[in-house]
Ligand binder design. Structure first.
Ligand code: ADP
Ligand code: MG
Ligand code: MG
Length: 493
């Protein structure tokens, strides 16, 4: 029986009249473009031009209490991830099977083991995290945690990103676009319900804090970038924000190939590239196999890891953010190993949805049977980042039947599909119609965290802001750059 998914209310009575829409959309596109809420076009690429990033015209209604609950949880998640990243036994055990069949994760793990065995040169890590969550409307225990017929049940975590957690700029920028729209519509009184969002400043302050800890005023902050950066505004605004916060810190951008060609270590393991000493490495690339064109890029990653520079993420943080580790953390008793207080443990476990390994044991076999019996209830995920890698619905069955008897299955995890509430709104896209269609939407909230520390101590732990991505309700994934998702921001109700 198909379940009716609950709907969130509209922030304004819809539809808007066509006359209002035509003018408003045209003006807001220009506003977005002229304020840097933009990207490079994939279909019509030129380094010299930008398209505005797709956006939702009006902010999406969001339950206020749940929003602040998610914000408050972030510090606990930061602490959890920091501890997980520093637990060699847990990482090794969790990834043991996967690294034998997934070459990419295997290569990351090799770097991890190499530096662990040699002795880690820079004990301090900079975590710039983003926990992605969705409201769940289907309650597994109706009446227990939420009232029967409640609009939504609770937050469920999609994943936590520990590398290249983007949208520190486009997150806050979304609210700026929608503020502009609300003002254009003479709804000034509504602005108070758009929560403050200082993600960009918060993330950049984290980088500057690490730069200060490194303690060389002349040393640069290095962004590791892809060969071609489509999400250029998001990245550049980080760079410009660093410049605004401290005009004296040099920021440089290099690819892993540049690093392979020209980077080296100094006498004290300083990371040197061209004429710079690097204090902090901020990875906006390196999270997918395509970023490593050859063994030389892998060697460059190892060189960076062996250096004295503070990395975001260091290799252990990168591994801690893998899907396999997320699944291992959802096992009974796992969170308890890392967090002492019962209230913290409870709060984290509440946002975990069902996550299952496909290992060759009775649990893996059970998960395989569950997926074959009801594939629409799940998402099948490999060890990849950046969107577009997961398998959904009926295709899960085909994929599982194909891999069920091979070792490859241990590189995947099975996750319960989250069913977020539906809202109604307009998505404005480059090249889209003059009058956008009113469509059904679902949202994914990302909360940013900054955590700095070493294996024994956490020096800084903050929640620093948020981003909201919204997609057509029938789309499986909502990557903004991929074309299905759009910038949005929460309107608290
Ligand atoms: P990636 O690291 O590639 O971003 P995610 O786990 O975030 O991988 O999955 C990509 C997208 O797929 C998410 O942004 C979300 O839209 C969708 N998705 C992932 N897991 C689930 C889930 N359990 N339920 C519903 N949608 C999901
Ligand atoms: Mg991810
Ligand atoms: Mg994701």
């Amino acid at each position: 029986m198909a379940v009716e998914i609950p709907r969130l209310p509209c922030t304004l009575p819809l539809p808007l009249s066509e006359d209002v829409l035509v003018e408003l959309v045209d003006k807001t596109k220009d506003w977005a473009l002229m304020h840097g809420a933009a990207m490079r076009s994939k279909s019509n690429f030129s380094k010299d031009s930008l398209n505005f990033a797709p956006f939702v015209l009006l902010p999406s209604a969001f339950p206020r209490k749940e929003f602040y609950k998610a914000v408050e949880l972030q510090q606990i998640l930061n602490e959890l991830m920091h501890r997980v990243a520093h637990n060699r036994e847990f990482l090794t055990k969790s990834l043991k099977e996967t690294i034998q069949v997934d070459e990419f994760t295997g290569n990351l793990f090799k770097i991890y083991e190499t530096v662990q065995d040699e002795g880690v040169i820079q004990p301090i890590s900079l975590g710039l995290l983003r926990s992605d969550i969705m409201l769940e409307t289907v309650c597994p225990t109706p009446g227990k945690n939420c009232p029967p017929n409640a609009l939504y049940c609770c937050w469920k975590q999609v994943e936590i990103n520990t590398i290249a957690s983007g949208f520190g700029w486009l997150g806050p920028a979304s609210a700026l676009i929608q503020r502009f729209v609300l003002q254009e519509l003479d709804h000034h009184e509504m602005l108070a319900n758009l929560p403050e969002n200082n993600a960009l400043e918060g993330l950049c302050s984290g980088m500057l804090e690490a730069w200060k800890i490194y303690g060389d005023a002349k040393a640069a902050i290095l962004f590791i970038i892809e060969d071609v950066t489509y999400n250029i505004c998001d990245q550049r605004f980080h760079e410009f924000e660093l410049r605004r916060l401290n005009p004296y810190v040099k920021v440089i951008r290099r690819t892993l190939t540049d690093m392979a060609e020209r980077a080296k270590l100094g006498p004290d393991n300083e990371l040197l590239i061209d004429d710079y000493v690097v204090s902090v490495v901020y990875f906006r690339a390196g999270y997918e196999p395509g970023h490593y064109h050859s063994q030389r890029e892998w060697d460059a990653r190892l060189l960076i890891e062996r250096s004295q520079a503070i990395k975001s993420p260091s290799i252990h943080y990168h591994l801690a953010g893998s899907k396999k580790v997320q699944q291992a953390l959802a096992r009974p008793g796992a969170v308890e190993m890392f967090l002492g207080e019962a209230s913290k443990i409870e709060a984290v476990k509440e946002i975990f949805t069902g996550l299952y390994s496909l290992d060759f044991d009775e649990f893996g076999d059970q998960a395989i049977q569950m997926a074959l019996d009801a594939p629409e209830r799940f998402v099948l995920k490999p060890q990849r980042e950046g969107g577009g890698n997961n398998i959904y619905g009926k295709e899960i069955r085909d994929a599982i039947l194909k891999m069920k008897d091979s070792r490859e299955r241990t590189a995947w995890i099975l996750m319960e599909r989250i069913n977020p509430p539906i809202s109604t709104g307009y998505i404005v896209r480059p090249g889209g119609p003059k009058i956008p269609e009113l469509v059904d939407l679902v949202s994914e909230l990302g909360i940013f965290g900054v955590v700095i520390g070493d294996s024994t101590k956490i020096f800084s732990n903050r929640q620093v802001g948020h981003m909201l991505r919204t997609k057509i309700s029938t789309a499986n994934e909502g990557g903004v750059a991929a074309g299905l998702g759009a910038l949005d921001s929460p309107y608290l109700i």
